[in-house]
Write a protein that binds this ligand. Structure first.
Ligand code: GLN
Length: 482
């Protein structure tokens, strides 16, 4: 059962070979059993919510609603009405949202069942999930290693098949990198495709909700249900609604795939390098034309991102002042002390570091030197992509320069920041991108990133789907969880 696709599960439910409670109980049991080792989930529901079940049973009568009765977890920064939403932070430890995020309500409308909320790096800042206030997440492939971040809980939950689907978000790599390190498939759609309403903000010009699942087809089905225009999010695109259908062609003939040759040559990890080359070769065998391309400004992306993202975070997180939102210190002699103590107690180290860097970058005298300059670099990178997409349909690239690293291996911030060298460029340009499993090196998964033109999720999902028709890596799962 745990290896079935969404289409297969939907068929079983419609044929009445399985009921929604039967399907969900398999996953509720696995979630409870495996969370002890992985810590992937922060809050597991006791049972199916009766209102969700009712909605799912109704949705099941509608042939087009493939997600009726399919269980999922939400990354713990999507507001869930009546269910604690912590964002991995002490600051929001007791925050019970009075409403659902648009992503959550869209998926409920399709009849999906919420199993749990997934652990994450605090306020989505990190690449290892070690920055969660509620303990780090363990990678199901090797419990001594990180699952990646910030959506590490979502990725570990799908990898251990605690759920077939998880929502996640990506600001600079938080869907793709954990997806790669945990051996699952995940898509970050184009900026503006999925509503950010009810998604706790980190860096608003970059944050984008997306999905992780076993296969590209599963991701396409869930993304179709999540996306759409939302008047409650001013950055939601008017044409955001979109529908994934299985491609009719069975190969990649006529598709031009660009490869940033510098990125592959520069990989120090021989295993990741060879896996990437081999995967690109598979695409070639399937009929794709492989074309070498260059992104001349992409090497500046990490530096620009670590000015822009902290700047936006310093502004977004100013609302957590212990008065309107968030943890309030009991030590509150006067207003100033209330602010200082509440924020000092509520935020973790990494979040504080980002707030300080961002506040500094935005301060008078430094704004032009750092923030404005970073924005100019962002524009140059976007133009690099525009040029490349005049020549090719899709870009194939590494996701992470290495396989899952050991817990506490990257204790200094800067070496952790380098984990996102290949994911940040597409984030700065707002492009759709995905990660899919292509190999395993010493028992640890490796991912391939596919980047598409703005609003062309279809092409990257199509290439991933075709790849998964001739390979088995997306079916691999850690022995202990079979
Ligand atoms: N690892 C990156 C960071 O720490 C990206 C995080 C994200 O995409 N949310 O900012």
């Amino acid at each position: 059962m745990i290896q079935l696709s969404i289409r297969e599960m939907a068929q079983l439910l419609r044929d009445k070979q399985l009921s929604i409670p039967e399907l969900c109980s398999i996953y509720f049991d696995r979630a409870r059993a495996f969370n002890q080792q992985t810590n992937a989930l922060l809050k597991i529901n006791c049972d199916i919510d009766p209102a969700e079940l009712l909605q799912a049973e109704e949705a099941l009568l509608d042939e087009s609603k493939l997600l009726a009765g399919i269980p999922l977890v939400h990354k713990d920064l999507f507001c869930t009405q009546g269910m604690v939403t912590t964002c991995g932070s002490r600051m929001l430890e007791n925050f019970v949202p009075p409403y659902d995020a648009t992503v959550v309500s869209n998926l409920k409308d399709q009849g999906m069942i919420t199993v749990a909320k997934a652990n994450m790096d605090e306020f989505a800042m990190g690449s290892s999930n070690e920055h969660s206030a509620f303990g780090s997440v363990q990678n199901p492939w090797d419990l001594t290693r990180v699952p990646g971040g910030s959506s590490g809980g979502s990725a570990a939950a799908v990898a251990a098949r605690m759920v077939p689907v998880a929502t996640a978000t990506d600001t600079g790599g938080s869907i793709r990198q954990p997806t790669a390190l945990c051996g699952v498939t995940g898509i970050k759609p184009s900026y503006g495709r999925v509503s950010r309403y009810g998604m706790v903000a980190f860096a608003s010009s970059l944050d984008q909700g997306g999905v992780m699942a076993r296969t590209a087809d599963d991701c396409g089905i869930v993304l179709s249900a999540m996306c759409g225009h939302d008047h409650k999010d001013s950055t939601s695109h008017p044409d955001a609604a979109w529908q994934w259908n299985l491609p009719t062609l069975k190969n990649l003939k006529g598709i031009k795939v660009g490869v940033v040759i510098d990125w592959i040559d520069g990989l120090n990890d021989e295993g990741v390098k060879q896996s990437t080359i081999k995967a690109i070769d598979t695409l070639r065998q399937q009929g794709a034309e492989i074309i070498d391309v260059a992104l001349p400004h992409a090497h500046l992306a990490v530096s620009a991102y670590y000015v822009i993202a902290p700047a936006e975070c310093s502004s977004n997180l100013s609302r957590f002042d212990g008065v309107r939102y968030g943890h309030r210190s009991i030590d509150t002699a006067d207003l100033e002390t209330l602010y200082v103590n509440s924020r000092s107690e509520g935020f973790g180290e990494e979040v504080k570091r980002r707030i300080m860097v961002g506040t500094w970058a935005l301060s008078s005298g430094y704004y032009d030197a750092y923030y404005l300059k970073a924005q100019k670099i962002r524009r140059l990178i976007a133009e690099d992509f525009n040029k490349v997409f005049e020549q090719v349909d899709v870009l194939a690239a590494p996701v992470s320069p290495e396989v899952a690293f050991k817990q506490e291996e990257k204790a200094d911030g800067v070496s952790m920041y380098q984990a996102d060298v290949f994911t940040i460029p597409a984030s700065l340009a707002g492009l759709p991108c995905l990660s899919m499993p292509i190999q395993s090196v010493h028992g640890l998964p490796v991912g391939l990133q596919l980047i598409g033109r703005y609003f062309d999720e279809r092409s990257i999902l199509n290439v991933a789907h075709q790849f998964q028709q001739v390979t088995e890596w997306h079916k691999a799962m850690p022995e202990a969880y079979k």
